[in-house]
Design a protein around this ligand. Sequence first.
Ligand code: 5GP
Ligand code: MN
Length: 336
Amino acid sequence: MLSLSQLKTLLATPQKIVITTHHKPDGDAMGSSLGLYAYLIQKGHHVKVITPTDYPYFLHWLPNNSDVIIYTDEQEKSAALVAEAAIIFCLDFNTLTRINELGELIRQAPGYKAMIDHHLDPEDFDDYRHWNINACAAAQLVYDFIVNEMEDGAFLTKDIATCLYTGIMTDSGSFRFPSATSTVYRIGADLIDAGAEHWRIHQLVYDNATENRLRFLGNCLSNKLEVIKEHNTAIITVTAEELAHYNIVTGDTEGIVNYALSVNGIRLAAFIIERKDKVKISLRSTGDFPANEICRKYFNGGGHRNAAGGVSELGLTETVAYFKSILPEYKTQLLL
Ligand code: 5GP
Ligand code: MN
């Protein structure tokens, strides 16, 4: 293990550092990674952000995005960087299976592994851990790491603030989920004071859709939404053919599950999508309903209580039928 004071001593001189985050990074994954990147660069370290896969176009405007290395595009370079790193920061995930092949490279790498995360059930692969499931975003924990652990609040630049604000905004549903406590609002205010333009960040992330994406959303709502009143559940199903028809790219499907959850009375929403090699399921729930339990038990996945995901080895139609067959087990909780 590595104590905070040992980590501080290590970070007192320039180090080779890798920052990585989960597969198909979202706003929190990229915001926390690039926020930490901007901080560590400023402190004189040699830093690379390596993502396991590509990520949505509406995050490509983030400061220093052009420095990001995508593992699937540059495997050899990524492997060399991971092997040489003195410290590998793992942000917004806590099991190495969430980062595909990069996970094994990191497991075998000699450098210290530092986890900054807010998901349940961390795997024991790390040497240093800044972990809190009550945090609304990994970006909140990066803020905490910089300001309270490293005692470097004076180093919060506009770039750092912009990235961290993006992570907190996206993971807290624009500061509206229960996880957006008064502390989170205070951190948001501090980030605005440090230069984050909250109105601009919101616009770049949420008002940045392609025409195709909007028409695809229209199709999902008009033709693909199924409401199962008996179980207060709504499902949106998407075929590979529809993805091709609407030219859907990484990021275009993000957030669509929330429309299903916004139907009056719905407690559980599912977005089930036929990807190239597998069927992916995203669940959202309200209140105490454990969406992550369903993903863990039936879809080889996990996540938070109200936002979870997993995969299915079955075909699309069979996966939808399988999902529906699980609902009676949760009948009482769904009707609460
Ligand atoms: P999304 O539905 O946006 O893909 O994922 C929502 C949350 O569910 C993520 O933040 C993550 O915590 C969790 N999640 C999604 N997919 C998986 C998966 O395949 N495995 C695990 N363990 N968690 C997942
Ligand atoms: Mn997160």
